[in-house]
Design a protein around this ligand. Structure first.
Ligand SMILES: NC(=O)c1ccc[n+]([C@@H]2O[C@H](COP(=O)([O-])OP(=O)(O)OC[C@H]3O[C@@H](n4cnc5c(N)ncnc54)[C@H](OP(=O)(O)O)[C@@H]3O)[C@@H](O)[C@H]2O)c1
Length: 339
């Protein structure tokens, strides 16, 4: 397979961090990215070049291009962390194979992407392209955080932004492993869908009675882990309503409204903890055996239908500048970019 010298890509216009925390909402891409012709990146030692088939659009991508993620932007480099494609060159035995991957050197919102060869995940042939394109960021995070839930020994756990793709993966894990998910959402309309999926309880933050409704649930189910992607006052209030030894594990900042921590004494006298989770750090510490087992299980869960990626839009790379912002505002599913 011959590789061209140039490719189309959505290239970042800024370096570093913005210093702002505006959340993963995009109204206009023009101040952040440009669709342009760039050289195809060349793989060095230990790297692989992948012809992108489908690229995910995750909240982390939107935080990143806005300069508010955990790593700095690189002006002139293509955006996009995650995708699926075919390895076309590099320091790897997987040349010619379909792989899921996380782009560490040149992003997935492009015809070609460059990454560490050791991070390539060969895909089962029966894995749908949408599931393969989103195989790493959300499924591995769900699996790693569900281990925290299992280790807690409790019969239930709480999750916020429960209608997100990651939330739905966590609910399905709770259902399948018999640990009751207590789903927190901001729109009541999501309740029925999440109950059908396996949520045992649904709390709606826009309901003024939410905390009163949470109280008997806390008493009966005694959740110990709060998996939180929102980080707002509702999360803080729920955490302070949880039983002794509760852990608030924050892994996302979907809300731009900072919470007031009104009962910090609970950290001292009720042994409660507030902590963060970042997949990037978890990957550094997980053993190859653990990673292999998780990846095998995740592919099996998608193929067998135990979980699925809900898709709201597939936008062509060429139309992304005009169409992606509106596509990201569609509810209850993921957006993908197709080169
Ligand atoms: N730390 C890590 O390693 C890691 C890894 C993967 C993902 N994440 C985080 O996990 C979260 C979910 O990712 P995803 O890809 O599953 O998301 P997604 O499918 O795009 O869904 C986003 C969800 O967030 C909800 N939401 C947005 N703003 C909100 C707010 N201000 N208050 C309450 N809910 C809000 C939306 O609710 P509506 O439907 O009501 O709009 C929607 O359900 C993101 O924060 C992402 O950054 C973190």
């Amino acid at each position: 397979m011959s590789t061209p010298e140039t490719m189309k890509a959505l290239v970042q216009l800024h370096d570093g961090y913005s210093g702002r925390q505006e959340g993963p909402v995009i109204d206009d891409l023009a101040p952040l990215l440009e669709y342009r012709e760039v050289p195809v990146p060349q793989p060095g030692p230990g790297q692989a070049l992948i012809k992108v088939d489908l690229a995910a659009v995750n909240p982390s991508d939107l935080h990143f291009i806005k300069g508010e993620y955990g790593q700095p932007r690189v002006k002139g480099a293509p955006a996009g962390f995650e995708g699926v494609g075919t390895v076309v060159a590099g320091d790897t035995p997987f040349v010619g194979q379909r792989v899921s991957f996380y782009a560490t050197h040149s992003g997935t919102w492009a015809d070609y992407a460059l990454t560490e060869a050791r991070g390539l995940i060969p895909c089962r042939p029966d894995l749908r392209a949408e599931d393969a394109a989103g195989l790493i960021v959300n499924p591995l995070t769900a699996s790693a955080m569900f281990d925290i839930v299992r280790d807690s020994g409790a019969d239930s756990f709480i999750l916020t932004a429960a209608g997100s793709q990651l939330g739905k993966l966590l609910i399905a894990l709770g259902r399948d492993y018999g640990i009751a998910p207590i789903a927190v959402v901001r729109r009541a309309q999501q309740g029925e869908m999440l109950r059908d999926l396996g949520a045992e309880e649904v709390l709606v933050t826009s309901d003024p009675e939410m905390l009163a409704k949470a109280a008997p649930i806390m008493k009966a189910r005694k959740p110990r882990i709060l998996l939180d992607a929102v980080g707002d006052q509702h999360t803080a209030d729920l955490f302070f309503a949880m039983p002794n030894r509760a852990r608030w594990v924050n892994y996302g900042k979907l809300s731009t409204e900072p919470p007031r921590l009104t009962q910090l004494g609970q950290l001292i006298f009720q042994h409660k903890k507030i902590e963060g989770f970042w997949l990037t750090e978890w990957m550094k510490t997980a053993s190859p055996e653990k990673l292999g087992a998780v990846i095998t299980e995740v592919q099996e869960r998608f193929v067998s239908g135990k979980c699925r990626t809900d898709v709201t839009a597939v936008v062509s790379l060429a139309d992304a500048m005009s169409e992606l912002p509106a596509a990201t505002k569609k509810l209850d599913g993921k957006v993908f970019l197709k080169p």
